[in-house]
Ligand binder design. Sequence first.
Ligand code: FMN
Length: 209
Amino acid sequence: MNNLLVISCSPKGAKSPGDQLAKEMIEGLRRATPELSVSTLDLVANPVSPISDAYAQAIISGASNDDPALAESERLITQLERCDALVITTPIHNFTLPAALKLWVDNVVRARRTFTAGPSGKVGLLKDRPVYVVISSGGVHRGPAASQPEFITAYLRHVLGCVGLLDVHFIHLQAMAAGPQYVSASIADARRQFSETPLFSNLEALLNE
Ligand SMILES: Cc1cc2nc3c(=O)[nH]c(=O)nc-3n(C[C@H](O)[C@H](O)[C@H](O)COP(=O)(O)O)c2cc1C
């Protein structure tokens, strides 16, 4: 595991607690894996273009991969193909993924490039690799205190699986709008969820050294 791609989607950038938590965990990973190379993609600072008519036509007409209309999609897919593991940090916006992340999805989930459609459905073409998704929310969506639904976890699991990314782990950072006492408990809980995943296991001990 040498190449990590970190995609962030928060309007708060580096001030996002989800981004800070991921950064902390990646720092632990760096200590455990000195050869680790980390690439970052901030989808708010460097947004993916809205889907253009030329892009839609290229997809529908089955244009070749070197069609200029597919250049941005090719760049994003190549970046994804190069990583051994992917970390996505994202807020929930109106029960689901933010528009910035959806545009990335619409560029990397591409027929004949990252999936094929057969008689029994879509089949992913990307090599599987672990994906860690940190989902931050103002409210609570799971557990006994859940008070609202969310449609981001099931959606991301499905759409990432569609391109062949099946090893997906979710870390839920909930109740971020509920006051400081809840926020620190949520961060501690999210840290525990991270440390229960294969790549980040035992990192708490490393970080406390
Ligand atoms: C436009 C918008 C819509 C939001 N919708 C929801 C929502 O549906 N459910 C929820 O729990 N929180 C919602 N929130 C709150 C954010 O998910 C929460 O503040 C989160 O911690 C932001 O993460 P970030 O700091 O990484 O950006 C919304 C925030 C914004 C700005």
